[in-house]
Design a protein around this ligand. Structure first.
Ligand code: IPE
Ligand code: IPE
Ligand code: MG
Length: 272
């Protein structure tokens, strides 16, 4: 009996050493919990190529992206990230074939509804950004449901960028500001960065500290232009449907190894 127990134990040790999951755990432990980026933004790219590699239609890639969204959301919440913004549909994505746009919208409708209980369970608050008034009614309805049912949650904010564009957001803010000036609710002399900040969609604050883009593309594609002014950028070749916590940890470790100088010199940072 005793002997048998020893054997199982040994086998277990061996498994831990070789299993990638154990590596993943190791990587998580090297993350400095006092330097977790408060706001992480992700440009989830590469679904189409992921499907193409498998000889499947683009929508197959989008469907397989949901697991990546789940794992990343869970990973961020576990680490104490305050806000995670996911770029799900850009103002430019309407230019895709109708079949793909329709497919993406129905996926959005069904996924939001299905995921609400998990968000509630994990104390996550849902907060979309972008012009959601132009989304299909079903999507708007389920989003409203998700916002309502998670509004009292005190944990991480999951911000879904839907029909979102940085230039749209800035134009929108400029228009609101001019309207207020016309109605004597604002003064031209008061316009400064903080003032403009108030007009940029309030839900998108605070600034992005870490921006991740998957699939080897090195561009911002009109995402959070104002908020990413000082973001650290992390690019990975991994296609979005393959992205898991392990890749998130890699990105955070990369972030923690950078020196956030914010305009100062290295020497000034050491002196502090
Ligand atoms: C990102 O994957 C998802 C959305 C933009 C909605 P893509 O669909 O852009 O995938 P690729 O870039 O064609 O591989
Ligand atoms: C950016 O991905 C938008 C989203 C991830 C929703 P795209 O694949 O649409 O970006 P571009 O057009 O290649 O820059
Ligand atoms: Mg793409």
């Amino acid at each position: 009996m005793h002997h048998k127990f020893l054997l199982t134990k040994k086998k277990h040790k061996f498994a831990v050493w070789f299993w990638p999951k154990a590596n993943k755990k190791g990587m998580k432990e090297t993350i400095d919990p006092s330097k977790i980026p408060a706001h992480i933004a992700v440009i989830m790219d590469g679904n189409g190529r992921w499907a193409k590699k498998r000889g499947a239609a683009r929508l197959f890639g989008h469907r397989n992206a949901i697991e990546a969204v789940r794992d990343t959301t869970e990973g961020c919440a576990e680490l104490g990230v305050k806000r995670l913004t996911l770029y799900a549909f850009s103002t430019e994505n309407w230019n895709r074939p109708k079949l793909e746009v329709d497919g993406l919208m129905s996926l959005l409708i069904s996924t939001i509804k299905k995921e609400i209980p998990t968000l509630v369970k994990n104390n996550i608050r849902l907060q979309p950004i972008g012009d959601i008034t132009h989304l299909p009614v079903g999507a708007q309805k389920n989003l409203a449901l998700g916002i309502e049912q998670t509004k009292d949650n005190t944990g991480m904010i999951l911000s879904l960028a839907l029909n979102y564009g940085g230039r749209w957001e800035i134009s929108h803010a400029v228009k609101d500001l001019i309207d207020d000036i016309k109605e004597n609710k604002a003064e031209v002399d008061n316009i400064d960065i903080n003032f403009i900040n108030q007009y940029i969609d309030k839900h998108t604050a605070p600034d992005v500290e870490l921006m991740i883009r998957t699939s080897g593309e090195h561009r911002i594609s009109n995402f959070l232009l104002w908020q990413a002014a000082y973001a650290e950028l992390h690019f990975t070749e991994t296609l979005w449907p393959d992205f898991r916590k392990k890749h998130l940890y890699e990105a955070i470790l990369d972030f923690q190894n950078r020196e956030r100088r914010l305009g100062k010199t290295s020497e000034q940072l050491i002196q502090k």
